[in-house]
Ligand binder design. Structure first.
Ligand code: ATP
Length: 435
């Protein structure tokens, strides 16, 4: 298991993740995704979308606005209940989440110092809508994407003619003014969520709760996380979110210990009922077959795209010894690796240039391909290993002078095979499947 520092350093060096606003000294706990990081995160989101929405007939996708009518947050309970217990150290004036520190001791000054009584701190970011900052213009940045789904429940159901049970999913940014952000991209104040709200009959909710727990765990294994680093943890009564009837976390064993990747909540009829009451719009469902009207229950698998990326990076990271040298490898599954095949002419010699260019051109429409003709081939292999590229393709003088073949190198075994240029697409696809 790598240390978090090793991950932070590799991701910066290779262009996965940078400190936000770095030229100004950075903004605390804000991170920017670089060229490789955005590819990795896009793959994670695409795999979620594909598996959760595209492949299923019972789930639809939406993309709702970040800014919502302030009444949404009154109805959902976020204005009154989306809080964490905040304490302040009377000596150093740092603030902490009371439930994250041990024995009411200040984690920074360490000494036995006086902490204030805890008070409930609301995590929503507030801003103003319109040019004049006046009473009634307050608005919130959404702290979860879920509410955008609840207020569109009726729109989606009628326009798609869906019947219960069915779900609505979306991916998008959420904002929380966390008291103690940290652990790199694990806990930040701006992050991306992948959430799905599954509307079902109230007496089927427990069954669906189990179903979505297993579905989610399998999804994490499918994107390449090790099963023995994943665990399920049911919430105790006092840690459940204010809206949840039951909740369970899927956790990953990060370098600092177990941390939540996803919560599966049974939100009961809390949200649709509250929005019906507050808005005056009836959000109940009429079941044609039983002639019964009811407010559906909601089971919600809610995961973070950034935390998933961090777990993937930690899981994939290896340091290995090869012929007395150290190599660092990210053993990504090829489906998520930012680059799938690197095209590496052995030298910059112009004899190799034309063929190399042609190969690169023909591959980049089908695979995530990268061209690199700088430095020694050994250094280029190490670089590709470090960014997790599954296949390196080299073009040498034999390619152009004698055999019309190139070499494919497998990232994990480092085995090399010689293949005909005419067959490279097939051979690459075959090799990608072998990981
Ligand atoms: P935590 O207990 O870690 O504060 P939470 O239980 O409040 O998280 P949820 O409201 O269940 O989180 O949100 C669903 C998912 O969104 C989480 O499992 C996590 O992956 C992601 N998430 C929540 N808060 C953050 C954050 N501050 N930074 C990054 N991801 C987050």
């Amino acid at each position: 298991m790598p240390t978090l520092d090793q991950i932070v350093s590799l991701t910066k060096r290779r262009g996965f993740i940078f400190q936000g606003s770095e030229v100004y000294g950075g903004l605390r706990s804000v991170w920017d995704f670089g060229p490789l990081g955005i590819e990795l995160k896009r793959r994670v989101k695409e795999m979620w979308w594909h598996h959760m929405i595209q492949e299923r007939e019972d789930i639809e996708g939406i993309d709702s606005a970040i800014l919502m009518h302030p009444s949404v947050w009154e109805a959902s309970g976020h204005i009154s209940g989306f809080t964490d217990p905040l304490v302040e150290c009377k000596a150093c004036h740092n603030r902490f989440r009371e439930d994250q520190i041990e024995e009411r001791n200040c984690p920074l000054s360490k000494s036995e110092c006086d902490l204030t009584e805890s008070k409930q701190f609301n995590l929503m970011f507030q801003t103003h809508m319109g040019p004049v900052k006046k009473e009634g213009s307050e608005i919130y940045l959404r702290p979860e994407t879920a509410q955008g789904i609840f207020v569109n429940f009726e729109n989606v159901m009628t326009s798609t003619r869906k019947k219960i049970p069915f779900g609505i999913g979306q991916i998008g940014k959420s904002f929380r003014n966390e008291i103690t952000p940290g652990n790199f991209i694990f806990r930040t104040r701006e992050f991306e969520q992948m959430e799905m709200e599954f509307f079902c009959e109230p007496d089927k909710a427990d069954e669906w709760f189990e179903y979505w727990i297993n579905f989610s765990k399998e999804w994490f294994i499918n994107i390449g996380l090790s099963e023995d680093k994943l665990r399920k943890r049911a919430h105790t009564d006092d840690e459940k979110p204010h809206y949840a009837k039951a909740a369970l976390d899927i956790e990953y064993n990060f370098p600092w210990g177990w941390g939540e990747l996803e919560t599966i909540n049974n939100r009961s009829d809390h949200d649709l009922k509250s929005h019906s009451e507050k808005s005056g719009k009836d959000l109940s469902y009429f079941d044609e077959s039983t002639k019964e009207r009811y407010i559906p229950y909601v089971i919600e698998p809610a995961m973070g795209a950034d935390r998933t990326v961090l777990a993937i990076l930690c899981d994939a990271y290896r340091e290995e010894e090869v012929d007395g040298d150290k190599r660092t490898v990210l053993r990504f599954k090829p489906q998520i690796s930012p680059v799938q095949v690197a095209i590496l002419p052995l030298s910059k010699n112009e004899k190799l240039a034309e063929t190399s260019e042609e190969i690169y051109k023909s591959l980049k429409s089908e695979f995530r391909a990268q061209f690199d003709n700088t430095q020694s081939i050994g250094k280029r292999y190490r670089r590709q290993d470090e960014i997790g590229t599954p296949i390196c393709l080299t073009i040498d003088f034999d390619t152009v002078e004698t055999d019309n073949c190139v070499t494919l190198r497998h990232r994990d075994t480092m085995d090399q095979i010689r293949v005909k240029i005419d067959d490279i697409k097939n051979e690459i696809s075959k090799m990608l499947k072998s990981f």
